[in-house]
Design a protein around this ligand. Structure first.
Ligand SMILES: [Zn+2]
Length: 332
């Protein structure tokens, strides 16, 4: 209780510092380097379907203060250690390749003249051009169905509105655990007509549409954006056979390099999931030498030159408190 109150007082103090233009006292103490991980943007920070989307107004605040007080660098510069030792060094990344990145993020990066990497899938080349988790968020939020089967596994809606199977796994956990694409396809087919109805509602576009090939190309052509891989199907690459995971990286790289006519050397693993074997192979054989996890999964990841962890950001609390929370991953 006392902790909760003191946290609340701290947050109010931070808001006050920013509103009085004293925020430099927060940033002046920060040193080292960090890679930030964002996902989608919308106009209203609607958290009904997805807890991870920032509004374009909040992102603009982030960019304003990061530009003013930190050294914003590319992911490549981060891996190559081109840091300013007098400031916090920040590399900015966005996962999933949403159309909302093209609509709201690209103009902001160009306005503030700061660099970001956007990690995109190969899903435009499939019959299901969307991230499976967004499909799940939207259809399961809106459906009137109380239970359904996927491959003999029954999911029943619980009191929290989540669909859970006999083992107590939510559908989203189960999909990550299975890892592969066929299971996702079975799920898509089950709710295809419901999703087709939802797609008619343009107000939902920001919550599921991914960039078209043309938009990906336009991003790569911006001098403030680097396009990298986010896998091909957004499968959890630690839970599928090694040969399949390798195949996904090959397909993803081929697709993106054909599209952008540049070498793709960055990958952010979908859901932060990888194996040691895969990440070594990706560096040695695929020239994916700038690899991003969320948190490290293996003990000696720290010592590898080709993989780095990131700091996840969520739109909780005010923008000033979000910025205050950012801490270096590399300390120097
Ligand atoms: Zn993702």
């Amino acid at each position: 209780m006392i902790n909760r109150i003191s946290n609340k007082i701290n947050r109010i103090q931070t808001d006050l510092l920013f509103s009085l233009n004293f925020e430099k006292f927060i940033f002046s103490k920060k040193r080292g380097a960090v890679i930030l991980c964002y996902h989608g943007l919308d106009l209203y920070e609607d958290k009904r379907f997805n807890m991870r989307f920032f509004s374009n107004k909040t992102i603009e605040k982030h960019f304003f203060y990061l530009k003013k007080y930190t050294n914003v660098i590319s992911v490549k510069d981060y891996f190559e250690g081109r840091f300013d030792s007098t400031k916090l060094n920040v590399a900015i990344t966005f996962d999933d390749g949403y159309k909302n990145n093209f609509k709201y993020l690209k103009p902001l990066l160009e306005q503030y003249e700061i660099h970001a990497s956007i990690y995109v899938t190969g899903l435009n080349q499939t019959n299901y051009p969307f991230i499976w988790a967004d499909f799940a968020d939207l259809v399961l939020f809106h459906t009137k169905i109380g239970s359904f089967y996927i491959q003999q596994d029954e999911f029943i809606k619980n009191l929290n509105g989540q669909f859970v199977n006999q083992e107590g796994l939510t559908l989203k956990h189960k999909i990550k655990e299975v890892g592969g694409w066929e299971y996702k396809e079975d799920f898509f087919k089950l709710f295809e007509s419901e999703f087709n109805e939802l797609k008619k509602n343009k107000a939902l576009d920001d919550y599921w549409k991914i960039m078209s090939d043309e938009e990906i190309k336009a991003c790569q052509n911006s001098r403030f954006i680097t396009i990298g891989s986010h896998g091909y199907y957004h499968n959890n690459l630690n839970n599928i056979p090694f040969e399949d995971a390798k195949g996904e990286l090959v397909k993803s790289k081929l697709y993106l390099e054909n599209l952008t006519q540049t070498n793709v050397s960055e990958i952010a693993y979908p859901d932060g999931a990888y194996t040691e074997e895969l990440s070594k192979w990706a560096n040695d054989q695929m020239n994916l030498k700038y690899q991003l996890a969320c948190s490290f999964k293996f003990e000696d990841d720290h010592d590898k030159v080709y993989i780095r962890s990131r700091f996840d950001l969520y739109p909780v609390f005010s923008y000033s408190n979000q910025l205050k929370e950012i801490q270096p991953i590399l300390k120097f």
